[in-house]
Write a protein that binds this ligand. Sequence first.
Ligand code: CDV
Length: 308
Amino acid sequence: MSRRLVIAAAQLGPIARDEPRSDVVARMVGLMRTAAGRGAELVVFPELALTTFFPRWFMEDQTEIDRFFETEMPSSETLPLFNAAKDLGVAFSFGYAEKTVDETGKTRRFNTSILIGSDGEILAKYRKIHLPGHNEHEDWRPFQHLEKRYFEVGDMGFPVSEALKCRIGMCICNDRRWPETFRMLGLQKAELVLLGYNTPVHYPPAPDHDHLQDFHNHLCMQAGAYQNGTWVVGVAKAGCEEGCDLIGGTCIIAPTGEIVAKCATLGDEVIVAECDLDRCREIQDNIFNFAHHRQPDQYGLLTEKISS
Ligand code: CDV
């Protein structure tokens, strides 16, 4: 069986606060068709792909907040995505705000990504673990980043699934800045990491770093790919969304850490690469052969709780 997978990264341009789901889904279906026309077998969309990046606004009315959440997947509004995938014979992944009721009857809200097979079945799910930002309104900020207010920390760990001829993990936006994320996936022999993001150019707590946002984006994804010998597909929601500039830089990264395809715009755009999954061996069997070279006995601090 060929271990080559043709992967498309489908960057989304801005989504307006009042843009209906149906419009966004139609844009995504259009990108999926473009990707399939270029031979893609898997199409990867960004974090919170169905709506504007709503954590930039402080809201107290739960009904208003819940408008940005999905209570079923697929729903009547998202079903066209699943139908298009079946029609085109492509798998796809995307992020959305998930509202669910657990077995105890408690309502839970997560920043979630799913992987869907070309038969329309959900193959894997991940709930974001590293939630950036803050809980309360901070009026010194030009815009808010209230992920800690609107979401719970993911409760599924960092799963890796056997799917589409390989071992696939997912993570979401801020997760990519943490080497622990990639190492958790790498330790499970991930060969492909799917990753969507919404990253503002302006970082209010350290504005001196604004000019480094694109650099830091690629730095951590390329390091994550190389240090774990895995393909990484990083997909942006980009452009000026409701007055907030978001970086682009959507790219596909080889296990050597090299970028093999990259978006050139800040709008809706598809890039495609043929990914040889066996190339993971070049790294995983050699320089980062964990069984031979890791020294976990020396890494105790990594899992200790540090109080200050
Ligand atoms: N959506 C995100 O997680 N964004 C963060 C910003 C706030 C820094 C990121 O790490 O890109």
